[in-house]
Design a protein around this ligand. Structure first.
Ligand SMILES: *Cc1c(COP(=O)(O)O)cnc(C)c1O
Length: 376
């Protein structure tokens, strides 16, 4: 018999989700918009302190809307974290903008303030900076915001992976002019698929809601003075989100416990470094990752193969940096190190994500740890 799959990060449902969805069915609010969407936005705003929110069909759509509000157009440069998922930067290209990739730094694996400063030397007037909080670890926000403010550049926080993480006591996603969250299936909470645009600016959230609902002008007939999008979250999926949000703190606590357990288990193996935390922050530890010392004979592939083959456990390489992707080969990139070597490339070469599913049992965690330790 096939061994039960051990997941990297899969949806964890609790029951309340179904109650909210049932309510949507009972009242026939199955269409987009409706009470669950409004309530989910309010509840997310209350939880994160973001001010105002617009529930959308995906986190990617939320990034796209943020760039639309900033008026990114043909030829505009946008600085974006290099070590991330492609959804962070694809929307720049939707608007014919030019992504310029900013390397990671070793302390948090997030956007390097040093590389960011270097990028400004060549491109003094970018339209926006998109900063990612990788695997839930908050970026060096003070440093990055200081640089952005000095140049008058609006900051968009891609907090898709860091919902529930805080920096100096405040939620990630609420520092930039605009922030975005994702409720994709593998994220810390999910709506099966969905995202949210957030901002302290009520007018911005209102504009996003307008654009995401096909930009219908207030009129009895269908009248349009803007190009719109069909990006709104449905009232059914918002119900799932409301139920999930009730359990976000619990998910975070379990994710943190997984990370802590890996840290303690591998503390005596000097070749293993767990993904770094920001001492100024409190991470949601969405995914636990590790990097293996360059001089070890163990490679990330060996660890992933062993876990897959022995335990049927799902692992994943670190995100492949955007400047290494064929589709972005012509884009400019600024490295963290003065000699031009890239921190992101190094982390990608030496790193991997470990199974971080909050439903993994004690025995499964033991088996994962034993299997990794046997290799070293
Ligand atoms: C998941 C993710 C996104 C995209 O969110 P979707 O809801 O899947 O569109 C964007 N950025 C990062 C860093 C992500 O991990």
């Amino acid at each position: 018999m096939e061994k039960k799959r051990i997941y990297l990060s899969s949806p964890t449902m609790h029951g309340e989700e179904q109650a909210f969805v049932q309510e949507a069915f009972d009242t026939n609010w199955v269409a987009p918009l409706g009470p669950n969407v409004n309530a989910f936005e309010k509840e997310m705003a209350a939880y994160t302190g973001c001010g105002h929110a617009a529930a959308l069909s995906a986190g990617t759509a939320a990034i796209h809307m943020a760039l639309r509000l900033l008026g990114v157009k043909q030829g505009d440069v946008v600085f974006v974290s290099d070590l991330t998922f492609s959804a962070s930067c694809n929307p720049i290209v939707y608007e014919n903008g030019t992504p310029v990739f900013i390397d990671a730094e070793p302390d948090t694996w997030n956007m390097s303030p040093e590389a960011l400063k270097r990028a400004y030397e060549k491109y003094p007037d970018p339209k926006a900076v998109i900063c990612v909080h990788l695997y839930g670890t908050p970026a060096k926000l003070d440093e990055i915001m200081e640089i952005c403010e000095a140049h008058g550049t609006p900051l968009i926080e891609d907090a898709a992976e860091s919902l529930g993480s805080t920096y100096k006591g405040r939620h990630t996603g609420t520092f930039g002019k605009y922030g975005i969250y994702s409720f994709n299936g593998n994220k810390i909470i999910t709506t099966s698929g969905g995202g949210m645009f957030v901002s302290a600016d009520e007018e911005a959230a209102r504009k996003v809601t307008f654009l995401a609902t096909q930009a219908r002008d207030p009129a009895r007939h269908y009248q349009h003075s803007h190009i719109g999008y069909n990006y709104r979250m449905s009232n059914v999926t918002a119900g799932i989100g409301r139920g999930q949000l009730l359990h976000l703190d619990e998910h975070k606590a379990k994710k943190k416990a997984i990370y802590k357990r890996y840290c303690e288990a591998f503390a005596d193996i000097s070749a293993i470094q767990m993904n770094p935390m920001n001492p100024e922050g409190d991470a949601n530890n969405w995914l636990s990752g590790m990097a293996i010392a360059a001089d070890s004979r163990v490679t990330p592939d060996m660890v992933m193969d062993a876990l897959e083959e022995k335990l049927n456990a799902e692992c994943r390489p670190i995100w492949k940096p955007m400047h290494m992707q064929p589709v972005f080969a012509s884009c400019d990139f600024f490295a963290h190190n003065e000699d031009g070597s890239s921190v992101g490339e190094d982390v990608f070469a030496r790193g991997l994500c470990l199974p971080s599913d909050i439903k993994n049992t004690d025995e499964e965690m033991e088996a994962i740890i034993r299997t990794v330790k046997e290799l070293f």
